[in-house]
Design a protein around this ligand. Structure first.
Ligand SMILES: [Zn+2]
Length: 401
């Protein structure tokens, strides 16, 4: 691990068991951890302005190399002053490498953000080949042939100017066998070195680089990956790839992965962010989480709620909400809960009004921000287990401490 104060410093401020509270100091300001990172996949958080996201208390968003490469293209973003200037966001940005998206195309994967983003995707956005060099694919926008390789991904992320770049990796799918996963993980480690070599020579001085742990659901492969990535001189570590078929297996995979990582490293869990997953991830000592769930649910009229019996969500479009004068989630400070009742939210959500998506995103991201804020405070007070137990038993974040 390296700690170059020009790019990133991670300081652990408080510990409670393996859970810890810390601060990621980035060139665009501090990010208090544990943190949930909203997705700004295509350079915007669904339905919301950057100012609104900042107003909710968020300090970092995640942009996506694959989507921003396809459109509008990294050169256009660089001309606008990088992704920060382009989307008028002055706080920290982490960029995904694009590996997850191109390999989801290749493996017929379950990348819901891809499925949801463009109906033409499966017709045009095809992977043409996976080679040692990288991955060739067709743009879903205009059918042109594009290449993502370790160097290309790092170059795009350099043009985007994110505070934290992720190395280009192969996201091995759940259905891959052990042999494929082993060979793929080794290639991911070779790609890691190519990413770091390119970044060392050409990358922005202030951009930090996180390595990515692969290895599927295999304990020995995960351990090897932890050792390879930890030894490579990265600024932080992301955990990627399949974590199994269900939450039980995810807990098992994380349980045999995280202890193999340096305690002091900033640790990011890629693509996981349901309420119960966050509580378990924080308890294991993970610091940063990103996930499409809060914004994607909003589009379908689903609101995060203290309902462990309903996977911590309620469907505002259900007929039972007609005539319901109660707020979405009592006590929630968001505008959807403060100003409207469920009857109205049911009506505008079923009517597919833009306002409905905005209000539901506002609610879901406010809920997540409060959940993580509560976790940070609980860790400082040495009460994280109690906080997590109350959340998992159905307390809202603002009443769980
Ligand atoms: Zn709310």
């Amino acid at each position: 691990m390296r700690q170059d104060p020009n790019r990133l410093i991670f300081e652990i401020e408080a510990r409670d068991g393996d859970a810890r509270r810390g601060i990621l100091q980035t060139p665009h300001g501090p990010v208090e951890t544990p943190a949930f990172i909203p997705l700004a996949t295509k350079g915007s958080v669904r339905g919301m302005s950057s100012r609104e996201i900042e107003g909710m208390g968020y300090e970092m968003v995640l942009g996506n190399t694959y989507h921003l490469l396809v459109a509008p293209g990294p050169e256009r973003i660089a001309e606008a002053g990088g992704l920060h200037g382009f989307m008028a966001w002055d706080k920290a940005i982490i960029t995904d490498s694009g590996g997850f998206q191109v390999f989801s195309l290749a493996h017929g994967g379950v990348a819901e953000e891809i499925k949801g983003s463009n109906r033409n995707m499966h017709g045009q956005g095809k992977t043409l080949g996976i080679e040692e060099e990288g991955v060739r694919f067709r743009s879903y926008k205009d059918g042109s042939e594009l290449m993502l390789s370790p160097e290309e991904s790092m170059q795009v992320q350099a043009l985007l100017g994110s505070d934290i770049a992720l190395v280009f990796d192969e996201c091995t799918p759940f259905h891959a066998d052990r042999d494929y996963t082993a060979r793929s993980t080794e290639r991911t480690h070779r790609w890691l070195q190519r990413c770091l070599d390119w970044h060392g020579e050409h990358g922005p001085d202030k951009q930090a680089v996180f390595g990515i742990i692969q290895g599927g659901t295999h304990a020995d492969l995960r351990k090897e990956s932890c050792e390879a990535v930890s030894a490579a001189g990265v600024d932080g570590i992301s955990i990627g790839g399949t974590l199994g078929r269900d939450k039980e297996e995810m807990a098992e995979v994380l349980g045999f992965t995280v202890p193999n990582l340096p305690v002091g490293a900033a640790k990011h869990l890629l693509g996981i962010g349901e309420v119960d997953d966050l509580m378990r991830g924080i308890a294991l000592g993970l610091d940063v989480f990103d996930c499409a769930v809060p914004t994607r649910l909003a589009r379908h009229g689903m609101a995060l709620a203290p309902r462990p019996d309903k996977r911590f969500r309620i469907d505002i479009r259900k007929p039972r909400e007609v005539g319901n004068r109660e707020p979405l989630v009592p006590g929630c400070p968001c505008s959807a809960c403060a100003d409207y009742d469920r009857d109205y939210l049911n009506y505008i959500s079923k009517s597919e009004e833009l306002t409905a998506v905005r209000l539901m995103v506002d609610h879901n991201l406010t809920y997540m921000e409060r959940l993580m804020r509560g976790a940070r405070e609980a860790i400082s007070a040495g009460e994280f287990t109690e906080y997590s137990d109350r959340i998992l038993a159905g307390a809202p974040p603002w009443d769980a401490r």
